[in-house]
Design a protein around this ligand. Structure first.
Ligand SMILES: O=c1[nH]cnc2c1ncn2[C@@H]1O[C@H](CO)[C@@H](O)[C@H]1O
Length: 364
């Protein structure tokens, strides 16, 4: 195996030809070319007219903080949010890009609210008073993923996100998860700024009530937690919200007892190496990266790209980053098997995926 320092994207595609991705945001996985193209068509003001120039405004290269990084969505979101053709195209192209990374099965997440324009409040759309509702958004994404999945030979399911600073949206997210379960919507998540966004007990209780309802209805629950927020967020997500997977989860390790409990309870960590270096999620660099401890302590984790538009990364780059932390090829193969186990694919799909992984990597 080449040393991690010199390994290329092409090497990764050869060494890890089959991948499974569980944590990637649809709004954060839009081609810059598509942003420019749709921007021209819809006459949306963008700060630059070429891909290289646009990167300077859209991508986060230096370590920043999560809340600041998330603001960039408002720069490029208006090109595709708020109308069927934009949302459909992003979902369709997502499938092609996933297939190019060797992804066979993916669960892509998004906020139906942020992509709508009917709510009278600011979303990513250019207008706030249109007629494209969160329900319409889900229909567009489902069509794009179904058509793209078929065309490019990849299975892509979706996860609907509540948004931390919009607790009033959460209940509809539960309803949409239930309504569209047969069209590939597999779970509910909560995303957005983890620190400072929940200010009142009422906000908190709205999210909690939505998660309780989801659990009652049999909607599977996951949550972003411990990305930049404290270990307590992980405790709350797993044991109060009923999340069986945690997005990021790095800071859980600050509470050793909790971390060991969560590992023992089989909770899966959806890690995003490159993102973690840009959002403040992993401030201590590569050698002391929380994923290293996850691997050492036998936690179930997967490797994911999070927001390729924002971080100018591909999934292969995240695999390279994991190798640079000192993870072995074996650790990474195991993480792909664990991703299948933690996925919301059907049992038959999981068997099929395991068979493909065994053919590529041998028995685990
Ligand atoms: O790394 C992240 N942490 C928390 N929230 C995020 C991250 N990346 C994107 N989003 C937020 O999740 C919403 C639904 O997909 C996105 O619109 C964005 O606001």
């Amino acid at each position: 195996m080449d040393s991690a320092a010199s390994i290329t994207r092409e090497d990764i595609l050869k060494q890890f030809p089959i991948k499974v991705e569980l944590h990637v945001h649809l709004e954060g996985a839009v081609r810059l070319e598509t942003i420019l193209d749709l921007g021209r068509q819809k006459k949306i003001d963008l700060p630059a007219g070429t891909v290289d120039e646009l990167k300077k405004y859209v991508c986060v290269y230096k370590a920043s903080d999560l809340t600041k990084a998330l603001e960039n969505f408002y720069i490029f979101g208006p090109t595709f949010a708020g109308y069927h053709e934009g949302v459909y195209r992003v979902a369709y192209e997502f499938c092609e890009d996933a297939a190019k990374q060797g992804v066979r099965y993916s669960e892509v997440r998004y906020s139906p609210h942020f992509l709508s324009n009917s709510l009278g409040v600011q979303t990513y759309a250019a207008s706030t008073g249109g007629s494209y509702t969160p329900r319409d958004v889900v229909t567009s994404v489902n069509q794009g993923l179904a058509d793209g999945g078929k065309k490019f030979g990849v299975t892509v399911r979706s996860i609907l996100c509540c948004v931390r600073h919009h607790p009033e949206w959460s209940y509809l997210v539960v309803e949409l998860c239930k309504e569209f379960a047969a069209q590939g919507v597999v779970a509910m998540d909560i995303a957005g700024p983890e620190i400072g966004s929940i200010v009142t007990d009422t906000d908190q209780s709205l999210h909690l009530a939505a998660y309780k309802k989801a659990n009652t209805l049999g909607v599977k629950c996951i949550a972003h937690a411990g990305e930049v927020g404290p270990a307590e967020m992980v405790r709350m997500s797993v044991y109060d919200y009923g999340a069986r997977r945690v997005g990021h989860g790095y800071r859980c390790e600050e509470d050793e007892e909790l971390f060991q409990r969560v590992v023992k309870d089989g909770v899966h960590f959806e890690t995003c190496p490159i993102s973690s270096l840009k959002t403040g999620g992993a401030p201590n660099g590569l050698d002391k990266h929380p994923i290293v401890k996850m691997a050492k302590d036998g936690a179930s984790f997967s490797i994911n790209s999070d927001d390729p538009t924002l971080f100018d990364n591909t999934l292969s780059d995240d695999y390279i980053c994991a190798l640079k932390m000192g993870l072995t090829k074996q650790d990474i193969v195991k993480s792909i098997f664990n991703a299948v186990k933690a996925s919301f694919a059907s049992d038959a799909e999981k068997q099929q995926l395991f068979a493909e992984l065994q053919a590529a990597y041998g028995d685990q």
